[in-house]
Ligand binder design. Structure first.
Ligand code: RIB
Length: 311
């Protein structure tokens, strides 16, 4: 039987307010949206949820606001079986929220108001240090202060803990501050923003990955949506294709990839195989509406994997 990974997510939690629409209003115009969905989101919380649904023991390090979303978010983590010892509600600040707009093709546009997520500080990582030293993997994103991301990467490195950073939403990065990082996992547009290099095709993605690798991280995975992923290391690169799915909402697909990849890797799969399986997990998440609620649990996922792998 596969090892049960212990994964800590140092990251964000948002409430997602998703409108499905045919088009966007022009300035000064009011139009009707088609439908609306309210759900738990945030890149950190989504990745924690994917880890948990794939079967890991999961520990969330996060901050929520003093509004009605704060306690609801903590309750949601508990319902999923995610440890909330280090999820704290802060007074006088809002929870993170994300107004999201999804087009009929499944493509999304997202605003994030960081709220309490912006108050997760290096001292909070120190406060969780005893717990963090017991995990196999730490997972981070960019919806919390960058100084906390850099600090956590150094903490993971110093303690021999595998670390995955998803630079989303994209922000200028000091790659030197990530030296020794195990996995840096942007999507195409994040890779473009961070390097200033266009990513229009696989060849572009390879050049971009090379630039990121020369900054000092050990591995780069550029997720390419319906085109799968590029796995790049100092010894070479490999394109790993996606599986075909009928996509209705791609929101959270990157989070599904990261969370499931952390689990597959933690179970001891070779990284190429972990990427392949995470490609499927992410693809399946786009076949349902919303973020966390579109993620498959392990039983459903394994059944789908068995069908696809045998095909
Ligand atoms: O990656 C999807 C997530 O981005 C949404 O859940 C939203 O909250 C934003 O953080």
């Amino acid at each position: 039987m596969a090892k049960r990974p212990r994964i800590a997510v140092v990251g964000s939690a948002n409430i997602d307010l998703t409108t499905f629409t045919n088009r966007f209003p022009k300035p000064g115009e009011t139009i009707f949206g088609d439908s609306f969905d309210l759900g738990f989101g945030g890149k950190g919380a989504n990745q924690a949820t994917a880890c948990r649904l794939c079967g890991a023991d999961v520990f969330m390090i996060a901050r929520v606001g003093s509004d009605l979303f704060g306690p609801a978010t903590i309750e949601n983590f508990k319902r999923l079986g995610i440890d909330t010892t280090h999820v704290k509600q802060l007074e006088g600040v809002s929870s993170g929220v994300a107004p999201i707009f999804v087009e009929p093709s499944g493509q999304n546009r997202i605003f994030v108001v960081k709220g309490a997520n912006d108050r997760l500080m290096p001292a909070d990582v120190d406060a969780a240090a005893d717990l963090l030293k017991t995990v196999d993997c730490m997972v981070l994103q960019f919806e919390i202060p960058l100084e906390t991301v850099y600090y956590s990467v150094r903490f993971a490195h110093a303690n021999g803990i595998r670390c995955i950073v998803n630079p989303a939403p994209a922000a200028p990065v000091d790659l030197k501050a990530l030296t020794g990082l195990d996995y840096f996992v942007p999507n195409e547009s994040e890779a473009e923003t961070i390097t200033g290099m266009p990513v229009r095709n696989l060849e572009d993605a390879k050049k971009c990955a090379q630039t990121l690798l020369s900054g000092g991280v050990k591995r780069v995975i550029i997720t390419l949506g319906a085109n799968g992923s590029l796995l790049a290391g100092h010894e070479g690169m490999e394109h790993i294709p996606a599986f075909q799915v009928k996509s209705v909402d791609s929101t959270g697909a990157g989070d599904a990839f990261i969370g499931s990849f952390a689990v597959f890797l933690g179970e001891g799969l070779p990284e190429r195989e972990a990427v392949r399986r995470a490609n499927l997990y992410a693809g399946l998440s786009t076949t349902g509406v919303g973020t966390q609620k579109s993620f498959y649990d392990r039983v459903r996922y394994d059944a789908e994997w068995a069908k696809r792998a045998a095909a």
